[in-house]
Ligand binder design. Structure first.
Ligand code: SAH
Length: 394
């Protein structure tokens, strides 16, 4: 690409980028006054101290990850055509995986589009931009999406906390069409979620395969879905033949959507949704000696930032203890963490400690992550965030 500003690496730096990682950390970069003065999100060309070219990417002088590489071929333009090529590749992968257009279409670095996630609900796309570099590419990106997907409706849901670190403000707006409610088809169930109003989280595609697995072991069983949101696990289990399902969440709008979805799938008769704090409700169920054959706990991230590791780990341990206590003898317990900032090893350790503390014996029967529409960049294993463990309890 002609005349891109040049970012020079310090001597011997760039090892991970040379091995395929699309990240260059700020401490690997020669920070000259000219470099520091670049507008956050500028496209740059990266050159090693040995004059070797790494390709182009975008730079943010305020971010710990200074450059995210986009294009390895030096001089190749980063424009709408480039973005369309990446989108086509992402789309082709999903089309190889799924029959219907309901999936995460773009998963940031995993699809070589750092700073961008796109969830697809049929003709509706929900975009999340988390970096200054991708923000500056929004216009060519929208053009490329028209070219590749031509969606009827587009929502920009730019409210992730990561934006603040990049110096970006929040912005949630509909770019095209009129979107408030979305319908999701997954594992043979129709779900509803809201994109407008207070509860505007959309849908969590990452648990699709885990919902299917839990549903497969729930036939004829009683199921408790803690942190049920709009009924993801509970209704998949009900549809697969669970005897009865109970969902708990603190959000009234989410529970209303869960009830509507239960009705739309003719599952209302065996579905029950309760508005409560999960810790308090588990405590109450335990005191009342109520148990469930299958217990699912898929909470919001307890470790939001690195500094929250210890209190977050303690919360996971407590959740494991309380949920094991309401799992019937011979039952199954599913525990998940979507926190980037806790390792699988540590999460597993806390879950085991909590289950043991509740006085139960357990075997770990499944360890899983996010579904295949959430690909992980092969050179960035640390970006795999979802951890889902299934235990069989004595
Ligand atoms: N399991 C869901 C996703 C859960 S997202 C699915 O499969 O789609 C986390 C949910 O936890 C949100 O719906 C949020 O409203 C709820 N939540 C957060 N804190 C809570 C608490 N203390 N008690 C109950 N629910 C809570």
């Amino acid at each position: 690409m002609p005349n891109l500003p040049i970012i020079r690496l310090r001597p011997k730096e760039g090892r991970r980028a040379r091995n395929g990682a699309p990240w260059i950390f700020s401490n690997e970069i020669e920070m000259t006054p000219k470099t520091k003065a670049l507008t956050p999100g500028s496209l740059v060309s990266v050159v090693g101290a040995d004059a070797r070219e790494f390709g182009s990417g975008y730079f943010n002088p305020r971010s710990l990850i200074g450059v995210r590489l986009l294009e390895r071929t030096p001089g190749a333009p980063v424009d709408a055509a480039f973005l369309a090529k990446r989108l086509r590749r992402a789309l082709a992968l999903r089309q190889r995986l799924y029959d219907k257009p309901f999936y995460r279409l773009v998963h940031a670095e995993g699809d070589d589009l750092p700073g961008l996630t796109i969830d697809r609900y049929g003709e509706t796309l929900v975009l999340q931009v988390t970096t200054a570099g991708m923000e500056r590419l929004t216009e060519p990106l929208l053009a490329a999406l028209d070219d590749v997907v031509s969606p009827a409706q587009i929502v920009l849901k730019n409210d992730a906390s990561a934006r603040a670190l990049e110096g970006l403000d929040d912005e949630v707006r509909t770019v095209r069409g009129d979107v408030s409610r979305i319908t999701v088809e997954e594992n043979g169930v129709r779900y509803f979620a809201d994109l407008a109003g207070g509860q505007k989280s959309g849908w969590y595609y990452d648990q699709r395969d885990n919902r299917a697995f839990m549903a497969s072991i729930a036939k004829g069983k009683s199921v408790l879905d803690a942190y049920c949101y709009v009924g993801g696990f509970a209704l998949a289990a009900a549809k697969a033949g669970a005897k009865e399902v109970t969902g708990i969440d603190s959000s009234a709008p989410a529970l209303t959507l869960a009830e509507e979805s239960a009705a739309a799938n003719k599952l209302s008769a065996k579905s029950r949704f309760v508005k409560a704090d999960v810790f308090e409700e588990l405590d109450r169920l335990w005191t009342a000696k109520e148990t469930f054959d299958v217990v699912i706990a898929d909470p919001p991230p307890f470790v939001r930032a690195k500094k929250d590791l210890e209190p977050g780990a303690k919360a996971y341990r407590k959740l494991a203890r309380l949920s094991a206590a309401v799992t019937a003898p011979g039952g199954f317990l599913f525990l998940a963490s979507c926190s980037h900032n806790i390792s699988l090893e540590r999460f597993q350790e806390e879950c085991a400690a909590g289950i043991l503390r509740s006085g139960r014996n357990a075997s770990l029967i499944r360890t899983a992550g996010a579904g295949p529409d959430h690909p992980v960049h092969p050179a960035l294993p640390e970006t795999a965030y979802l951890k889902a463990l299934v235990y069989a309890l004595d």
